[in-house]
Design a protein around this ligand. Structure first.
Ligand SMILES: Cc1cc2nc3c(=O)[nH]c(=O)nc-3n(C[C@H](O)[C@H](O)[C@H](O)COP(=O)(O)O)c2cc1C
Length: 316
């Protein structure tokens, strides 16, 4: 089986991916959060440090694009290929109304003609870069995918990643695995399953239900519990392993962030994001996170970290 880290804007940044890979090395593939064209339609998204080849592995990182026309996708593919990336991913899942309204992200699921035009041009003009897509079931209704799978089937995609919710659901509510089942029956491409795979048990249940699916993606489950991909792959971490690995993970993250943002207040935004998810699920975690918000001074942060490490290990 293959496991990918889901793109999560502001959280699965280059620093997070780097620290996770160096510490755990349990993902087969990583995706960047999406890059988008600027409002004027002139390409100038900031590629560094997000795609820095010194701290990304170009063979397993797939940059993601949100676009509603082929030119931007093609220009992006060319820029990324210059840096050494071999594949890009088209975002057809982002539910933000501003994007959906402009037929980007999940909005593309409702636009089969537009999608066809994008894919047609992409494969004509960018034969050397591979393409995958990440989709939702629809904008409002869970069967809208039926209009786009036949289009996707006509092109040589590497995979179709499915987060089986509608855009209307955003990130909560039930994941519709019944609809997912219908997609795998008709999609000609390898399908990756994504959505609330937050424990090894959930993964095993889903694997049991969908034995033909061999590719899985986790996002928030990993942000909450960075050991999750290893656990899914059968690693048994002892409490001691967990303690040491989590410290290594944090220290690697902190070091790489500080290298890029020597001014502590700038680094701090990234540090806060590192802690947001892990502190959601532990006793007193939200209170500890609130305290972190006040700890802008670097040596106070160190004291806070020591306290948190004790609390989290205590609960193990
Ligand atoms: C805050 C946030 C930001 C996200 N950003 C992206 C993104 O940039 N691109 C994308 O394809 N999906 C994005 N997603 C969706 C995730 O990749 C994933 O599909 C979704 O969270 C379901 O998987 P999970 O339950 O394992 O997290 C985002 C989700 C959240 C909660």
């Amino acid at each position: 089986m293959k496991l990918s880290l889901a793109p999560i804007q502001s959280y699965t940044t280059v620093f997070y991916r780097y620290a996770h890979r160096v510490t755990f090395n349990t993902f087969d593939k990583y995706f960047t959060p999406f890059f988008e064209d600027d409002k004027q339609g002139g390409w100038e998204p900031v590629l560094q440090p997000e795609l820095d080849t010194k701290i990304n592995d170009t063979s397993i990182l797939i940059p993601q694009i949100a676009a509603n026309e082929p030119e931007f996708l093609i220009r992006s593919a060319e820029k990324f290929a210059e840096l050494g990336y071999k594949e890009i991913n088209l975002n057809m899942g982002c539910p933000f109304p501003m994007l959906v309204k402009r037929q980007k992200g999940a909005g593309l699921v409702a636009e089969p003609k537009l999608l066809e035009n994008i894919l047609n041009n992409f494969f004509k003009k960018t034969p050397d870069v591979k393409l995958s897509v990440k989709i939702r079931l629809g904008v409002n209704s869970p069967d809208e995918w039926q209009n786009i799978i036949p289009v996707l089937n006509d092109y040589p995609l590497t995979e179709v990643i499915v987060h089986p919710r509608t855009a209307k659901q955003k990130y909560s509510g039930e994941v519709n695995w019944d609809e997912f089942e219908k997609i795998i029956a008709v999609c000609k491409h390898p399908v990756t399953a994504n959505g609330d795979i937050n424990s090894k048990e959930t993964y095993l249940d889903l694997q049991n239900r969908f034995p033909g699916v061999s590719s899985w993606m986790t996002g928030r489950g990993t942000l909450i519990n960075p050991f999750l991909p290893g656990e899914i792959k059968g690693i048994n971490y002892s409490s001691q392993d967990k303690k040491e690995l989590f410290i290594k993970f944090h220290d690697t993250y902190l070091t790489i962030v500080k290298q890029h943002y020597p001014v502590w207040n700038h680094a701090f935004n990234h540090i806060r994001n590192f802690w947001y998810y892990p502190l959601q699920n532990i006793e007193n975690g939200k209170r500890l996170f609130k305290k972190l918000k006040k700890h802008l001074i670097e040596n106070e942060y160190s004291k806070w970290v020591n306290k948190v490490m004790n609390v989290t290990q205590h609960q193990d």
